[in-house]
Design a protein around this ligand. Sequence first.
Ligand SMILES: NC(=O)c1ccc[n+]([C@@H]2O[C@H](COP(=O)([O-])OP(=O)(O)OC[C@H]3O[C@@H](n4cnc5c(N)ncnc54)[C@H](OP(=O)(O)O)[C@@H]3O)[C@@H](O)[C@H]2O)c1
Length: 338
Amino acid sequence: MPINHQILLDNRPTGEASTSNFKLVKNELPELKANQVLVRHDFLSLDPYMRGRMNDSKSYAVPQALGQVMGGGTVGQVLDSRSDKFHPGDKVVGMGGWQEYSIVDATQVGALRKVDTTHVALSHYLGAVGMPGVTAWYGLVKIIDPKAGQTLLVSAATGAVGSAFAALSKARGCRTVGIAGGPEKCAYAVNELGFDACVDYKLYQDAASLSAAIKLACPDGVDGYYENVGSMVLNAVMPCLNAFASIALCGMIAGYDGKPVPMSNPSLMLLSRLKIQGFIVSEHMDIWPEALAELGQLVATGKLKPRETVAMGLASAPEAFLGLLKGKNFGKQLVKLG
Ligand SMILES: NC(=O)c1ccc[n+]([C@@H]2O[C@H](COP(=O)([O-])OP(=O)(O)OC[C@H]3O[C@@H](n4cnc5c(N)ncnc54)[C@H](OP(=O)(O)O)[C@@H]3O)[C@@H](O)[C@H]2O)c1
C-alpha cells in the first residue's frame, strides 16, 4: 500500500493562525477491508470555515480534534475498491481531509459521490459546482429571494462563493454589485464575472467613505446583501439598504482570526425593516440537488467560468490556507495533490 502524507492540527491558535499550528506526518496505508474504497486525492479544498474549526469555542460544528487529520473537501480517483458501488477509475468527491489518500467506508451514505467530468472539470466540484456554489445558491434563492430588476450586493465578490453568486444573480435579472479587495479583483469582477460594478473596499479608510462609494455603485439602493466579511464592510453597507431589504448572513471572515466584528449602528436594522438570516449550507441538504443542477449548467455552458488559485503539494496547504484568510487567493483556493 502507498505512503500517505497527512497534515494534522497540532495545536490551537491563540489569535492569528500560523503554520506552527499544523504538523506534516506520513503513514503507510492499511490494507482495504470489506466495503472500503481507496481514493487518491487530486485536489484538496481550502475553505474559510476551517479556521473556526481550529478553535475550541462555541460553534455550529464540533472543533477539529487535535492530533487528527485536518478535515476538508477533496476530489480524486478511486484506486482500489472492496465495494461494488465504486470501481477503480471512478472520479469522486468526498471529505477526504488534508492528506493524499483516504480510505472510505462505502456503506456510509453520502461519504463519497461519483461525479461526471465530461463538461465540468473535476476541481470545480470543490468550488462552483460544490459546497461554495451551493452556499451562494442557498443565500440568494432561499433568503434574499430576489425579483428581477432589484439590486443585489455581495462582499468577497471574486471568491468561490461570490463568483457563483454573481452568475446566479445575473441569471435572475438583478443588478449585481460586488465588493472586493484591490483593483485587479474589481476589474476581474466586472470584465469576467459579469458584475455590473465592483467597489474596492481597500481604497477606503472608514465605513462612511466606503458607504458613499457603495451608494454611487448602487444608485437605486440595495435590496439584497450577501454578507461574507463583516466589520467595516457590513457597517458601510447598512446605510445603503432599501426598505424591506434582506441580508443573507453567510460569513464574517474579517473576524475569523479573533478580531471583533462590531455592528456600529444596529438601529439601521429597524429603520430599513431588515430581514437578516444566518445559515449553514450543510444543514440544508434537501436543496443541494437543485442548486448543483443549476450551477453545473452555468459552468458547462460557460456562463460561470470559475477561477482557481492552486497551491502545489500537500506541504503548501498551511501557507495557502493562511493566505486565504488574508485575501491572497483569487477565486477558489485549492491544493493540487495528485
Ligand atoms: N454559511 C455557510 O454555510 C458557508 C459556506 C461556505 C462559505 N461560507 C463563507 O463564505 C465566505 C466566502 O467563502 P469563500 O470560500 O468563497 O472564500 P473566498 O471568498 O474564496 O476567499 C476569502 C476572501 O475573503 C476576503 N477576505 C479575507 N479576509 C478579509 C478581511 N479581513 N476583510 C475583508 N475581506 C476579507 C478576501 O477577498 P478580498 O481580497 O476581496 O478581500 C478573500 O479572498 C466566508 O466568509 C466563508 O466563511 C459560509
